[in-house]
Design a protein around this ligand. Structure first.
Ligand code: APR
Length: 312
């Protein structure tokens, strides 16, 4: 049975672990700096296994040695932005956490594929690749699966149909400048613009761009975790079961879409090698302009992070 390490036993990490065990995908080790937290959540999940009908091993730990020889490492460790905290403070704090986590997990699982969930997502995925020195296909960021799921949910609700039949692509960075693509969105093959007006589509696309903030505003403290957790777990499943799903994920660009040396959401085939292939769609001028704008903003943040880490 494959072994997956989930770093961070918070809301997102626990949801990732629950889905992976519940769906019988792999054994899970959850690691967190808070003593007892991963152990408690792991024990609770273990006690749910007769109810969920799985026999997966799950354990919690503070020791990186326990994560050794994992096939996949999912990184959810980090802090959320607190009132009074600048974006740079958050960037620096999470960058230091992700860098330390990457060093330790990579040491014990040199062959693992990394899935990064910690925000700011595209920048943290870049840092994970930089820190581990792994090839681009083995370090992937989770964002597009979540953003697409949000877009799909809003479309299904608007049309009063099952979300199962809605497929969509949201590319670009995981932030305000993400690029929902209505042209690549359909309801069981029916192009979206056959079913909804351009105005309604744009309204749903905007709600998708604001999807994370909408939840933060409701929760007051903390951010989304059910959909992010399941999104990361589905990526784990596609890799371990070599399903070769075609999904939008944050990946390292080397000339694709005219972009290089950054992480950004693009359509990929996700299989046992991680990123099996990046799909290059023919985008319209406007779509490409949106993607480039998003890329420029990510690049700025990567530069800011590199400066902050040098002065750390
Ligand atoms: N090593 C291991 N775990 C750590 C470390 C570290 N160095 N630093 C922090 N953690 C743990 C915290 O103890 C906490 O349990 O990471 C966990 C984060 O959990 P939550 O605060 O509940 O945050 P969560 O909602 O799970 O979000 C985690 O995912 O979607 C993103 O923006 C979100 O960056 C955030 C991350």
């Amino acid at each position: 049975m494959a072994k997956v390490t989930v770093v961070g036993a918070g809301f997102v990490g626990a949801t990732v672990a629950q889905y992976i065990c519940g769906q019988d995908i792999a054994d899970v080790v959850v690691l967190d700096v808070i003593e007892g937290l991963p152990q408690g959540k792991a024990l609770d999940l273990f006690e749910a296994s007769p109810l969920l009908g799985n026999d997966r091993k799950i354990s919690g730990t503070q020791e990186y040695a326990d994560t050794k020889n994992s096939q996949i490492v999912v990184i959810t460790a980090g802090i959320a932005r607190k009132p009074g905290m600048s974006r740079d403070d958050l960037l620096k704090t999470n960058a230091n956490i992700v860098r330390a986590v990457c060093k330790e997990t990579h040491k014990h699982s040199p062959d693992a594929i990394f899935i990064v969930v910690t925000n700011p997502l595209d920048v943290m995925a870049y840092l994970a690749k930089q820190t581990t020195g792994l090839p681009a296909n083995r370090v992937i960021g989770m964002a597009g699966v979540l953003d697409s799921a949000r877009f799909q949910s809003f479309i299904a609700e608007e049309l009063n149909i099952s979300s199962e039949d809605v497929k969509s692509m949201v590319l670009g960075g995981h932030g305000d400048l993400m690029v929902p693509l209505p042209r690549f969105t359909s309801v069981n093959g029916i192009p979206l613009n056959e079913l909804l007006s351009a105005e309604r589509i744009e309204a749903l696309a905007q709600r998708t761009r604001d999807g994370g903030a909408e939840i933060v505003a409701l929760l007051k403290s903390g951010s989304a975790f059910y959909a992010p957790g399941v999104s990361a777990a589905l990526m784990v499943e596609s890799i371990l079961r070599d399903k070769r799903r075609l999904l939008p994920c944050s990946v390292y660009t080397q000339g694709e879409y005219g972009l290089s040396d950054l992480y950004i959401g693009l359509p990929i085939i996700l299989g046992k090698q991680g990123v099996e292939k990046i799909i290059e769609l023919k985008l319209t001028k406007d779509e490409l302009a949106q993607l480039r704008k998003s890329a420029a903003s990510i690049k700025e943040n990567i530069d800011a992070m590199n400066k902050l880490l040098v002065t750390a």
